[in-house]
Design a protein around this ligand. Sequence first.
Ligand SMILES: Cc1ncc(COP(=O)(O)O)c(C=O)c1O
Length: 323
Amino acid sequence: MNESPYPPSALAVEYARKYVEYMNIYDVEGLREELIVELEKYTNLPREHIEFFPGSSYILLLMVALAKAQNIEVVLPHPTFHALYPVLRSFNANYAYVKLTQRFELDKQVFLRSAENRLVYLANPNNPTGNLLVEDPSYISKLAQVARYVFVDEAYYEFSGSTVKDLVVEHENVAVLRSLSKAFSLAGARFGYLLAGKRVKEHLNSLRIGFETPIMTQAAALGALRDRKYVEKIVEEVKSTRDYVRRKLLEVGLWSPESRANFILVDLGKPCREAWEKLSEHGILTLCLELVKDLVDYGNYLRVTVGKPDDMNTFLEKILEVL
Ligand SMILES: Cc1ncc(COP(=O)(O)O)c(C=O)c1O
């Protein structure tokens, strides 16, 4: 996982505390309404396209369940979000990868051909590579015309500034996933939301039991969404630290794809385990792809979440020591 190293907003904490008293209730009607209104404002989409869940991972589970229930093959780029691989296996889902190029770009023609009658998953920006796989929403429209469903995972939207959310109004089979775990620093609260075309939303809802999102989580999300300035400040700081760290890495000859997320992937030119161990001794937690079962082919790559500028300077120092 790849959470924010920044604390949640004070308003999110205050709201969560306030609603602890409502733990005995499944669904606080006023709260749900306020949250939906806030999501409408934030996304500029009407409520018929919006649903919320306990984390965007929950939506990924429903996505795989949908593919299984309708006997549709899943197509996804490789490498991508590592948590998805074991889930696809455990569900015994049918799936196929489209390998990214050496520079982690998506071969759009090949992907489009593979999308036909399938359920497509695309993280944009992608994890663990950090880059945008698709910049032009019209490509997602093309996918939607041939695929059964298109799921675009925008967990890092606030850092990328790039979205295809408006497509859900015209395409009944397009779904966009978002998360408050990253820019909003609410990973532990578990809140994600879906922006979706009518058909895909209905089908996903039919797989739910309902009342999944805890009341305190809803309250924290409401507080966080009402404290937009706090998030904007963090996002600006992270983006500038991220770009600085990447520049420094490139300067010393270490390649790193252009990140539009809150983490950086770097090619160490040798297996990442040693660097990963050294960095963890100094309290710097990274993800070494050599240690991730489904990503071992990319074992020279290390992913680091962008933290405070001082921590990132320590990261740069230690990386150079190890190499
Ligand atoms: C691409 C991507 N999608 C989804 C998630 C899951 O986020 P959440 O905390 O909302 O479940 C992550 C978390 O790392 C992610 O990187």
